[in-house]
Design a protein around this ligand. Structure first.
Ligand SMILES: Cc1cc2nc3c(=O)[nH]c(=O)nc-3n(C[C@H](O)[C@H](O)[C@H](O)COP(=O)(O)OP(=O)(O)OC[C@H]3O[C@@H](n4cnc5c(N)ncnc54)[C@H](O)[C@@H]3O)c2cc1C
Length: 625
């Protein structure tokens, strides 16, 4: 059912790619009005991003739209890395502590369709054929001029604006933000085709050799995505990208009356000469982390043919593989670039508008979706709940370090995979197989790739107290099987899962009590019982009432205890053994505060008052970790 929205100016979201769609979902779920515009008349039909990581899947589950993704996507449960035909390492995703221990492959066009359909159920439609032509911001707010494709011009005064307008972001240009980084020297080939091979179809393969790199990702029904490097002259590292390269260092700040849309168009025009339009299998705008490749500034490379893909695979893939039925293909350059700040006044940059990088590790689209969720609840809290504006500054504080790390790692992996001599080759061929055989390192690699390791422990939004196990404040709130004793409006659904109880429109406060609510004792250490006071029912009631009063309508409080069953991990495994304890989970699924009911209640209330409540107190608490 469509949401009833607050009566307030909308948040303007520019760009209906995965980032803009996710931002709109997050805001609409919290009943904040949005306008989601896209200058394109219809969605991009090409696949581009194919890998959806476990953490993104968990978040989609919390947004109640996981089923169609699981139905349509193809699961890859392991990665294999080879050098000159010899397998160096195999990384199995099975041990990941999640309901989704795999990488889900799905065309980006399908991902966007599913997000769009879900958004419609929340009452939001994409407004297509509308371009942000110009904007300015000052003390009075934002003035945005929207150019409709039928020639109509509209002026809008949104509360905030999210720049989800992609790698060639006109908003980034308009704000004069630097987009520093580099362009990789090589051209990369990308193709979607059928592959006949005896490989299990739930694993992907990355081949490094003196000839170059080739990677094959299964898409289901025998289809594969092939990515390979292909040296091309004329593109090199630079602090300042070549004019027109995707993610090029932006033009100097424009005069106030200059048009953001015009700069976006200019960027698109400069780039579009390189688009592989010519062939039915052409890729369209293979941009994002990439600029379409050109043989010379004015001569686009024709898209790779099936024969070119076969020749390349024959040289680099040391395994029987027959390629047929090329669906589409293209060449592209990789960029690795990032803005220095994600917020400028009332404008926030997200997704490819803020950072572009190598698709190695399949992080780009996932990063954009996750930062949209990070920003969405904060905007909702400020607009709908009167939280202080500085909550919005934590978007940059929390997400920028993660984006920088994604850039660093994806560049490193790309360079290492394609190295044909020197220390990087040595590292890949000699050191990596040894490292990959070490359990803890394999675990760390899995958690990193799947994005389950993302955490905000150093964020000022965290309030950490030492407990016996469980996620620390700032870490992802994992799933667990619970027995619900009491819930919002007296709901006690019996046995449930943390992921089912958490709704991303709200904070969730989980109060963990021992099965009989009697003792503040770790379950496996009964010897401590004599030194601990039993929990008082009044403490629990006070906690519930005080938090509810501070965040009216914004928090759902669940009193839970251990349950037995096979629908999820045990509560003690996921959330430790301290009872009674509390975990405050942010709308985007991360723990922001935890502690003991008996001693940390005051700290929790102060923390909520400082960051999330109306009329915040001036002094923020110092982060403890
Ligand atoms: C070949 C390739 C493979 C990739 N593989 C992966 C992968 O496996 N996994 C992964 O996570 N990522 C991958 N990526 C990256 C991924 O495609 C991007 O990160 C993702 O598309 C970014 O989404 P976005 O919403 O930020 O921007 P976009 O998808 O670029 O959307 C921006 C939108 O803004 C609109 N727009 C622009 N300017 C305006 C304006 N002025 N007014 C109105 N609308 C405007 C555009 O029309 C567009 O629809 C890959 C990228 C490429 C090119």
């Amino acid at each position: 059912m469509a949401a009833v929205f607050f009566d307030m100016p909308p948040v303007l979201i520019v760009g209906a790619g995965p980032t803009g769609l996710a931002a709109a979902m997050s805001l609409a779920r919290a009943r904040i009005p949005v306008r989601l515009i896209d200058k394109a008349a219809r969605p991009d039909p090409h696949s581009r991003a194919i890998g959806i990581q476990a953490r993104t899947l968990e978040l989609l589950e919390q947004h109640r739209l996981i089923e169609p993704f699981l139905e349509l996507g193809h699961r890859a449960r392991a990665a294999n890395l080879y050098s000159n035909g010899q397998r160096l390492a195999r990384l199995d995703f099975d041990p990941l502590q999640t309901r989704y221990p795999y990488l889900l492959f799905l065309d980006q066009s399908v991902t966007e369709r599913l997000l769009t359909e879900h958004l419609a159920t929340l009452g939001v439609e994409i407004e297509r054929g509308i371009e942000l032509a110009m904007f300015s911001q000052g003390a009075a707010g934002i003035n945005a001029t929207l150019q409709h494709s039928n020639g109509h011009t509209e002026t809008l005064h949104p509360s905030y604006m999210i720049a989800a307008d992609g790698a060639h972001s006109g908003i980034r240009h308009r704000l004069g933000l630097n987009f520093a980084g580099k362009t990789f020297e090589q051209t990369f080939l990308l193709a979607d085709l059928l592959g006949d091979t005896d490989w299990p179809d739930d694993e992907f393969h990355i081949f490094a050799s003196g000839d170059g790199l080739a990677a094959l990702f299964p898409m289901g029904s025998g289809r594969y995505r092939l990515i390979a490097d292909h040296p091309a002259p004329g593109v090199g590292d630079s602090k300042t990208a070549p004019a027109g390269a995707a993610g090029s260092r932006d033009a100097p700040p424009r005069a106030a009356e200059a048009s953001g849309g015009a700069s976006a168009q200019a960027a698109a025009r400069t780039i579009s000469h390189g688009l592989p339009h010519a062939s039915p299998q052409s890729s369209g705008d293979a941009h994002a982390a990439s600029a379409p490749a050109t043989a010379s500034p004015s001569a686009p490379l024709p898209p790779p043919t099936l024969d070119a893909c076969r020749t390349l695979a024959a040289a680099r893939v040391h395994h029987p593989l027959a390629l047929t039925d090329l669906k589409w293909s293209g060449y592209f350059h990789l960029n690795s670039r990032i803005v220095e700040q994600l917020r400028v006044g009332r404008v926030f940059l997200a997704g490819d508008a803020a950072h572009v990088h190598s698709p190695a590790g399949a992080q780009g689209m996932n990063t954009g979706i996750q930062e949209a969720f990070n920003l969405g609840w904060k905007l909702a809290r400020v607009l709908g709940g009167g939280a202080p504006d500085r909550l919005l500054d934590t978007y940059h504080l929390e997400r920028h370090p993660i984006e920088r790390e994604v850039l660093r790692q994806s560049s490193f992996v790309t360079h290492m995979a394609e190295a044909d001599h020197g220390p990087l080759k040595l590292l890949r061929d000699r050191v990596m197989p040894v490292l990959a055989s070490l359990g803890p390192l394999r675990d760390a690699a899995r958690a990193q790739i799947s994005e389950l390791a993302i955490q905000y422990r150093r964020s000022p939004l965290t309030l950490e107290r030492v407990l016996d196990g469980g996620p620390r404040a700032g870490e992802r709130a994992p799933d667990a099987l619970v027995h619900v004793i009491d819930g919002p409006l007296g709901r006690a659904p019996g046995i449930g899962c943390v992921f089912d109880l958490h709704d991303p429109a709200f904070f969730s406060l989980f109060v963990l009590v021992a099965p009989e609510e009697t003792d503040d004792v770790p379950l496996d250490r009964p010897e401590l019982a004599l030194r601990r006071k039993p929990v008082r029912a009044e403490d629990l009631d006070r906690l519930t009432a005080d938090v509810d009063a501070l965040l009216p309508g914004a928090v759902r409080i669940w009193r839970v205890t251990d349950a037995v069953g096979d629908r999820g991990p045990l509560l003690a495994e996921s959330y430790g053994r301290t009872r009674p304890s509390f975990y405050l989970v942010r709308p985007d699924g991360y723990v922001c505060a935890r502690g003991r009911v008996s001693s940390d209640l005051h700290g929790l209330l102060r923390h909520c008052e400082s960051w999330f409540a109306k009329g915040a107190v001036p002094e923020p608490p110092t982060p403890l970790t």
